[in-house]
Ligand binder design. Structure first.
Ligand code: NAD
Ligand code: GLY
Length: 356
């Protein structure tokens, strides 16, 4: 077991800790100390349950813990699944002291968090993320929700967890492709907020891909510190938090045109980040540096063949469109991002044309 790293997300009375280390599940960490009431409901899925549920329960001694296991997949991130969880809470006599614990990737975390936000107008919630993407992004910051037939994450609530427990050992069983999709988000933090961290990733990429525990813990810690700083500054995304969507306007268009589920989100964001960097500046060196790192990480650096007109139309549906004007997260320099609708339209068309 390595030393446990900890970070605080500073949000006044809703502040909470993030613990990062190996060997935290299986009894190495007393999670029960973060459960206020006598009982909790663990929400997991059919893939993660056999791998980690027993180990999680070992940290909940003294608490009455029940579990519900969801089918695996984004297709189940729906209100129907939330209803199943709420039914389970009611059937178990859960009350306002009950804690919901999410054990799994971002899909489980988003569904469980939204269920916790809804039950009795909000009960405690703990995140135990088991994918790299969930560890560096979705488990921190309080965005919870489910999909609607008309769009992803259309139904949701801000509901901050009381604690986040990240056991880097869980990444040992994560499929390669999922690990790399998570690395895209790690690289994103360096690109938008911290040039030194970007350089550190360049130097440590092989160790990250080899899943070296200490290197992963360091990358997760820095990513969570950067995310925590943004969330503290702009919890409800009224401004700066939107820089976390670097590459996402292009990425969402790729996912939409390609059909959700074909490319992983992190893969679409990777190609999207290269396009956003190209739109940001004439400086080919900046986009080239980002592209090289993503390529070394085994991520796509250009979209699949999509007609430019379809690509532009899909971007027009992006959440960041304001008064019919597309907004992008662009880089003023490596580690310095801004959300803006002030960009060169002809360059945008050139980037999309060149990539289509
Ligand atoms: P995911 O939750 O679907 O997990 C990916 C796959 O890995 C699943 O099959 C899962 O069962 C499996 N898995 C999870 N942990 C594992 C482990 N340790 N070993 C083996 N298999 C494991 O995908 P994800 O990338 O973690 O999350 C994507 C979701 O997160 C999307 O729904 C997205 O909208 C959401 N998201 C939310 C936020 C937020 O701020 N709330 C941010 C980014 C993404
Ligand atoms: N994943 C983007 C955010 O949390 O704001």
């Amino acid at each position: 077991m390595s030393d446990t790293r900890s970070i605080t997300v500073e949000l006044g009375e809703r502040s909470y800790p993030i613990f990062i280390g190996s060997g935290l599940l299986g009894g190495g960490f007393d999670l029960s100390a973060h459960v206020r009431g006598p009982d909790c409901l663990v929400v997991t899925n059919e893939t993660v349950e056999p791998l980690y549920l027993e180990a999680l329960l070992a940290g909940l001694t003294g608490k009455q813990a029940r579990a519900i296991s969801l089918p695996d997949g984004e297709a189940y991130k729906t209100l129907e699944t939330v209803e199943d969880i709420l039914d389970t809470l009611v059937e178990n006599g859960a009350n306002r002291d009950t804690t919901v614990v999410a054990l799994g990737g971002g899909v489980v975390g988003d569904i469980a968090g939204f269920s916790a936000a809804c039950y009795m107008r909000g009960v405690d919630f703990i995140q135990v993320p088991t994918t790299l993407l969930a560890q560096v992004d979705s488990s921190v910051g309080g965005k919870t929700g489910v999909n609607h037939a008309s769009g992803k994450n259309l139904i949701g609530a801000f509901h901050q967890p009381r604690a986040v427990l990240i056991d880097t050992d869980t990444l040992k069983t994560l499929p390669d492709r999922e690990l790399k999709a998570g690395l895209a988000e790690v690289i994103k933090y360096g690109a938008i907020m911290d040039a030194d961290f970007f350089a550190w990733i360049e130097d440590n990429l092989e160790a990250l891909i080899a899943r070296d525990a200490e290197t992963l813990a360091a990358a997760i810690q820095r990513s969570c510190e950067l995310k925590a700083a943004i969330v503290t500054e702009d919890e409800r995304e009224s401004g700066r938090r939107a820089i976390l969507n670097f590459g996402h306007t292009f990425g969402h268009a790729i996912e939409y045109c390609q059909g959700y589920g074909d490319w992983l989100h992190g893969e679409a964001v990777a190609a999207g980040m290269v396009m956003a960097a190209q739109l940001s500046t004439d400086d080919a060196a900046l986009a080239g540096r980002i592209e090289r790192l993503l390529d070394r990480a085994g991520l796509p650096t250009r979209p699949p063949a999509i007609a430019a007109t379809d690509f532009m139309a899909a971007m027009g549906m992006d959440k960041k469109v304001q008064q019919k004007q597309l907004r992008f997260v662009l880089l003023r320099a490596l580690g310095d991002a801004v959300v803006t609708s002030d960009y060169d339209t002809s360059r945008l068309h050139a980037v999309v044309e060149a990539m289509s």
